[in-house]
Ligand binder design. Structure first.
Ligand SMILES: Nc1ncnc2c1ncn2[C@@H]1O[C@H](COP(=O)(O)OP(=O)(O)OP(=O)(O)O)[C@@H](O)[C@H]1O
Ligand SMILES: [Mg+2]
Length: 298
């Protein structure tokens, strides 16, 4: 506590005036920082959306070219054309994934990211998405094993967003596991929650990174020489989505041995609401996997 007893009246007034000015300057600076943050968010949002429009047009044109090219397998340039079309499509998926992640990251930061909760079977959601990925993993000679303690569990979730979390965790495991490796997805029923574990025998991570990896843009190897692609947004989004469900996500890992990500979601349901059948077409699901896995199979 500052002692002002020794000051004259004039000195005291001058001291108070100086303090007032200091507070005023601080408020001004705070306002400027807030304006700057809002501007940054808005700019981010505009750029992301502006990038998405031309990208969708390019993507549409690629699909048209693929359709036109179908049935022309006999022509001499069919092979290179197919190769180039595949490269273009794959890179569209990569850009689309990055832009989608940027848009959602931005929405989370300003509180516009919302869940669409319905009562649905979480076991089915996890099983369906895991099984859809098996073929993709096998292309890298990685085996996926699914197991569950319970056959069915109806809880309130945004199943599309939960699918996205699982896809991100599976894509990470595939990315950081060598050919011949194994990924296990296991569902357990806890007292007031359901636990989903995704375990791989890949590269693993050092202990001190286990919490940091959930921060935005955080990667164990962020050097330009790193083998794996990615921007370090996936786990930040996953953590935000799980916490919005009232749950938690954490990782266990050992360098050179493997990693395990565990998600716990409370077993709550929405009262007076029917159980929603999550009807997502196989085609749409495969498209989502292509987008999520674009960095692995580029
Ligand atoms: N299963 C895993 N095994 C080893 N390291 C992992 C694993 N999962 C995540 N990591 C580490 O955590 C980092 C962050 O993961 P995150 O999913 O957020 O980003 P990313 O995969 O690099 O990029 P993206 O935004 O495309 O998902 C990874 O870059 C990697 O260093
Ligand atoms: Mg990732």
């Amino acid at each position: 506590m500052v002692n002002y007893d020794h000051l004259t009246k004039e000195q005291l007034i001058s001291e108070l005036k100086e303090k007032d000015k200091y507070i005023y300057d601080l408020k001004q600076a705070n306002e400027e920082v807030k304006n700057y943050a809002e501007l940054k968010t808005e700019l981010f949002s505009i750029i992301s959306h502006e990038l998405k429009t031309p990208l969708n047009i390019i993507f549409g044109a690629i699909q048209l070219m693929e359709n036109i090219h179908k049935g022309q397998e006999k022509c001499s340039y069919s092979k290179p054309i197919n190769k180039y079309l595949k490269t273009m499509r794959q890179n569209c998926y990569r850009l689309l994934r990055l832009i989608n992640n940027f848009i959602d990251m931005n929405k989370i930061e300003v509180g516009f990211f919302k869940l669409n909760l319905t009562n649905n079977d979480i076991v089915k959601t996890i099983e369906d998405i895991t099984l859809s990925v098996v073929e993709f993993a096998q292309a890298k000679q990685i085996n996926i094993i699914f197991d569950t303690e319970i056959e069915e569990k109806i809880i309130a979730t945004d199943s599309e967003k939960i699918e996205r979390v699982i896809l991100n965790l599976l894509s990470n495991s595939i990315k950081f596991t060598e050919s011949g490796g194994t990924i296990e997805v296991y569902i357990r029923s806890l007292e007031e929650s359901i636990a989903i574990a995704i375990k791989d025998n890949g590269s693993g991570m050092p202990e001190e990174m286990l919490e940091k990896i959930f921060d935005i843009f955080s990667q164990v190897d962020s050097s330009l020489r790193r083998q794996a692609e990615g921007s370090g947004i996936g786990l930040f989004l996953s953590k935000s989505i799980i916490e919005m469900h009232g749950g938690r996500i954490y990782a266990k890992s050992q360098l050179g041995v493997g990693s395990e990500f565990i998600i716990e979601i409370p077993t709550r349901i929405i009262e007076d609401s029917k159980v929603a059948e999550v009807a997502i077409s196989a085609e749409r699901r495969i498209e989502k996997i292509h987008i999520e896995f674009a960095d692995i199979y580029s």
